[in-house]
Structures are given as C-alpha cells and as structure tokens.
Write a protein that binds this ligand. Structure first.
Ligand code: MLT
Length: 395
C-alpha cells in the first residue's frame, strides 16, 4: 500500500491527529515534501505549495489563509470543514448580542474600578444609584438581520427565532437544501439595503473573498439607525473606517467583532462602543476537535481513495473502488478531454472498469478504475496530454 506524509502546519487537536493511526497516512512534522498538509489559521504562501503536495485540509471554514487560486492551478485540492465549528461561533454571537444590548462591558469596567469602596454599606447604595447609566434593551421583539445563511448564519438565524427576535436573512447564494433547514419565521431580504433598513442587530457570516471585500460599508450604514453590528466572519468584509464614522454619526450604536484591527483597538480604548475579541469564535474544545477530525478524515480519504468531500476548489467525487488499479486525473475544464484520456488509455491497452468525471469552475477531475496493472510509464504518457494538470496512481 502506498504511504503518504501528512504535515501539520498549525496546532491541530490531538483527537484529529489520532485519526491518522491505522491509515496509510503518516504524521511527519519535519518533512519538506508532504503529500498532505493540515492547517488552522497559519497563513500559507506559494513556498508552502511544495512539489509533492496533493491536498491542504483546513480545520475551519474560512480559507482566506490559503492561496486557493494557486492551489487550483497546481492541482492541489483544498478542503475546509463547513459546520464543524458553527455551534461555537453561534454561541459567541449570542454573547456578542448580549454585550451589545446590555452594556455588560462598560458595567464590568465600572464595577472593577470601585476598589476604594471597602464597605458593603457604602458599595451597595453606590451601585444602586449608578446602575441606571447601564440600562439596556431586550433582544426579544427586536429585529436581527443575518448576512449569509450558510452553516453558521443559519444557526444564528435559528437562535434569533428562539430568542423571540424578528429574523431577516440575506444570502443570494442560498442553496435549496439550506433554505429548507431554515425556520419559516426567517424572512428573506431582497437586498442588503433592505436588511440594513429594518434591522436593529446585524450579524455577518460571509467568507472573505475578493467579491466580498469591504462589502459591509457606508453605502449600507446610511440606511441604519442605532444599529448594533456584529462581525464574526472576517475583518476583510467590513470597511472599518466607515464603521467608526457611522458610529460617530449615530447610524451605528456599536460594533462587536472577533477580528480587531489597529484602528478599532485605539477606538475601543477610548470608548465602549467598539468591543473586540481575539478571533475566538471557533476556540472551544468541541469545535477544535470537530474541525480536526473532519479535516483529517477528508484528507486521508482523498489521499487513499481519491474521493473528494468538502473541497472549496474541486468538485465532490465519490467512487466506490472496483479494481486494484485506480488513477486520478486533474485537467483543465476544456472540451474533448474525456475523449483524449479514453483514447490514450486505449492506446496504453488499459481497460476502464469504472470512471467518473466531474468539474467545478476551471477544473475537472476524473477517477478511473482500471482492470489491468498501470505502469509508471503509462502515468507519464497520460500526464503528457495537453491540459492535464496532474495524474496520480492511487495505490
Ligand atoms: C473558521 O474559519 O472556521 C475559523 O476561523 C476557524 C478558526 O478559528 O481557526
């Protein structure tokens, strides 16, 4: 059986790494030629895309720390773990909603300053006479807007319904499957503008992509009044300077984010209308374990069988193995490739038992079970077909 080297480039929960035991994938922290890489938030560059690398598995949802486009060009499959940490993020959003509605942060600071009140008889009346400045609002009955209704956003929407909030969601890419899972109380917004007009709280759950960069900005804030904005997605999706300007104008009441920037930290020190957390949305024991197990399982499945589940740049593929000789072929998604591959296999006298061909964007992926033994020379011949990116014999 073929052996594969798997290198962790971030701290990955042990329970996930334990899943490598008994597989043909060996953990190797020092190899310079891994077949697969496991990563959490470590930022990868071109230098990490070494010659042998076949796949990168991200223990988490966001892949903005991985050069995905370059991976696709090189035929490297990038996996993520959608949903594995969604509950952890949802629970922190709940904390964010509470922090924004009940002045908790300022209240705690206020109490912690009272070290000069050494007697209860002095402290208690002081607290009672000062607490009115921290009066908050109940979430129940107010409107929660959710931007992005994927694994995390849909859980946040459901939570809003459970809190008796009016929930409105916006997701132009909402899948039919995801839509079915949403409670009927979640109303769809036709546009982001509509969502910003009607919401008192907005929670953002979209990925950081070139198309979403600073998408949450002044053009939307101008429609809001006294809005609490929560960002547990990525800092790139929000225009931070616009947030600060519109807090000053009163359109935004506060901003609670898991993604601090230097300008936000400065503001948070001056006033309490910006509340910052250090990217701890997915930092729970349960989420770290879920993500690690899912990331490792997807990577080992791919290395050992060629099957692909939850890739961000390759299509999902599952072919039950029917022969001892399996090859995978990654090619550019251009016409006449299947014909060329089948012709070359015929010329090499290799008989196809089962084959699947699927594509996603610019990439196509073929898994082919062959009835007779496949030589290294045959692999090289297939690799020579124009527009073929990679051919792998999966032992
Ligand atoms: C995610 O993208 O799911 C989180 O950022 C994961 C993490 O905190 O590592």
């Amino acid at each position: 059986m073929q052996e594969y080297l798997v290198k962790p480039l971030s701290n990955i929960a042990q329970v996930g790494l334990d899943k490598l035991e008994g597989t043909s994938c060996d953990l190797n922290e020092s190899t310079s030629k891994p077949d697969g890489v496991l990563v959490r938030s470590t930022k990868l560059s071109s230098d990490d895309l070494t010659d042998n690398l076949k796949a990168i598995s991200r223990a988490g949802a966001g892949v903005n720390n991985i050069p995905v486009e370059e991976c696709t060009e090189k035929g490297i499959v990038v996996f993520n773990t959608p949903g594995a940490n969604a509950n952890a993020v949802k629970e922190l959003v709940l904390a964010g909603l509470m922090l924004s509605s009940r002045n908790i942060y300022a209240s705690i600071d206020f109490v912690n300053e009272l070290t000069d009140k050494s007697e209860m008889s002095e402290l208690e009346p002081f607290l009672e006479s000062n607490k009115k400045q921290f009066k908050g609002n109940e979430l129940s009955g107010s409107t929660l807007g959710v931007v992005g209704l994927g694994a995390i956003g849909s859980k946040v929407a459901r939570m809003g319904v459970a809190l008796d909030m009016e929930v409105i969601g916006f997701d132009p890419a909402l899948s039919v499957e995801a839509a079915w899972k949403l409670p009927s109380q979640v109303k769809p917004a036709a546009t982001l503008e509509e969502l910003f007009r009607v919401s008192e709280y907005i929670s953002i759950h979209i990925p950081a992509l070139p198309s979403t960069e600073k998408i949450i900005n002044k053009d939307l804030f101008k429609f809001s009044n006294n809005l609490s904005l929560l960002n547990f997605a990525r800092h790139e999706v929000v225009n931070t300077q616009d947030v600060l300007n519109f807090i000053d104008k009163g359109n935004l009441r506060n901003f609670i984010t898991d993604f601090p920037t230097p300008e936000l930290i400065k503001r948070a020190n001056d006033k309490k209308d910006v509340i910052l957390l250090p990217h701890i949305g997915a930092s729970t024991a349960q989420a770290e374990e879920n993500c690690a197990v899912m990331a490792v399982n997807q990577l080992t499945e791919f290395l050992q069988t060629g099957n692909i589940i939850n890739s961000v740049n390759f299509p999902d593929v599952r072919l039950n193995r029917t022969t001892d000789y399996r090859i995978s072929i990654i090619n550019k998604n251009v016409p006449a490739m299947i014909g060329q591959i089948a012709t070359e296999l015929g010329e090499l006298n290799l008989n196809i038992a089962e084959m699947t061909n699927v594509s996603k964007g610019d990439i196509a992926y073929n898994l082919i079970d062959i009835e007779n033994e496949v030589s290294e020379e045959s692999i090289n011949k297939l690799q020579g077909i124009e527009n073929v990116i990679d051919v792998r014999l999966i032992g």
